[in-house]
Design a protein around this ligand. Structure first.
Ligand code: 8X3
Length: 255
C-alpha cells in the first residue's frame, strides 16, 4: 500500500479548494478532490496527474449524507486519510435579517455546517487510523464577528467555528488535530458572484478599490503551512486577511 499521505479536499472544483489541492499535491500529498462539479475535478485531477502528482476525483455533494457515507466506503480499504480540508461552503444573499429568505439560510446551514459535520463524522475513523490526522475547517472571519447583511452566512460560519472548537475538545487525547483557518476578504472567481446570484456589479463592488484582496493561493498557502507543522503542533485558529482589511467593515479602498 502507498505510503504517500492522503488529503481529502471538499469544494475542490474552484477557488480556495482547487488552490489547496494544487498546493498539497505539490507538497507530496495524494489528493482526493471532491466537489459537485465532476468535470472540473476531473480536469484538475488530470492536470495534477500530468504534473506527476497523485490525484483522485470523486463527485460529491457534502450536504447529501448517503453520498458522503458512500464516499467514506469508497476510501475504506484505500488506506488512512491524513488530512481532511473542509472547504466546501459559501454565501447566498446579503439581506438584513428582517427580510432575508429562510430558504437561503437553510442552504447556507446545509453546506457550511451540516456539510462539515457529515464528512468529518464519516472520515474520522480513517483520520484516526492515520495516527496523525488533521481536520481543517475553513471557516471565515464571518465565523468570529458579525456584520450588517451578513445574517445567514455569519450564523452558518459561526456554526462551522463551533464545530471546530467542540471537536478539538472532544478529540483531545486522540491522534487527530483540528485546525480552523478563518479568511477575511478573498477574491475568487465565484464567492461574491454566487452570493449575489450572478450580479457582476454587486460582486465587483465587494472588492472595489481594494488594492490587493487575498487570493485563493494566499489561503491555500496558509492551509499548507498549518497542516505541514509537526503533528504535535496544533494551529487552533488562524485569521488571515488582506492588509487593507482591518475588520469585516473596516476596509481601505482607493478611489
Ligand atoms: C468571506 C468573508 O467578509 O465576505 O468568508 O463574510 S466575508
Amino acid at each position: 500500500m502507498s505510503t504517500t499521505p492522503t488529503a481529502v479536499i471538499t469544494g475542490a472544483s474552484s477557488g480556495i479548494g482547487a488552490a489547496t489541492a494544487r498546493s498539497l499535491a505539490a507538497s507530496g500529498y495524494r489528493v482526493v478532490l471532491t466537489a459537485r462539479r465532476k468535470e472540473r475535478i476531473e480536469a484538475l485531477a488530470a492536470e495534477l496527474t500530468e504534473a506527476g502528482h497523485e490525484a483522485v476525483p470523486y463527485a460529491l455533494d457534502v450536504t447529501d449524507r448517503a453520498a458522503v457515507d458512500a464516499f467514506a466506503a469508497f476510501l475504506d480499504g484505500r488506506g488512512p486519510v491524513h488530512v481532511l480540508v473542509n472547504n466546501a461552503g459559501g454565501a447566498l444573499g446579503a439581506d438584513p435579517v428582517s427580510s432575508a429568505d429562510p430558504a437561503d439560510w437553510r442552504t447556507m446551514y446545509d453546506v457550511n455546517v451540516l456539510g462539515v459535520l457529515h464528512i468529518t463524522q464519516a472520515l474520522l475513523p480513517a483520520l484516526t487510523a492515520s495516527g496523525e490526522g488533521t481536520v481543517v475547517v475553513l471557516s471565515s472571519t464571518a465565523g468570529l464577528a458579525t456584520y450588517e447583511g451578513g445574517g445567514g452566512y455569519v450564523a452558518a460560519k459561526h456554526g462551522a467555528h463551533v464545530i471546530a472548537e467542540t471537536l478539538r475538545l472532544e478529540l483531545c487525547g486522540q491522534p487527530v488535530r483540528i485546525i480552523e483557518i478563518a479568511p477575511g476578504m478573498v477574491k475568487t472567481d465565484e464567492f461574491a458572484t454566487t452570493r449575489f446570484r450572478g450580479d457582476q456589479d454587486k460582486a465587483a463592488a465587494v472588492y472595489a478599490g481594494v488594492a490587493e484582496p487575498l487570493t485563493a493561493e494566499d489561503v491555500a498557502d496558509t492551509v499548507n503551512w498549518a497542516v505541514t507543522r509537526p503533528p504535535h503542533v496544533n494551529i487552533d485558529l488562524l485569521v488571515v486577511r488582506p492588509r487593507a482589511q482591518a475588520s469585516n467593515y473596516k476596509v481601505h479602498r482607493e478611489s
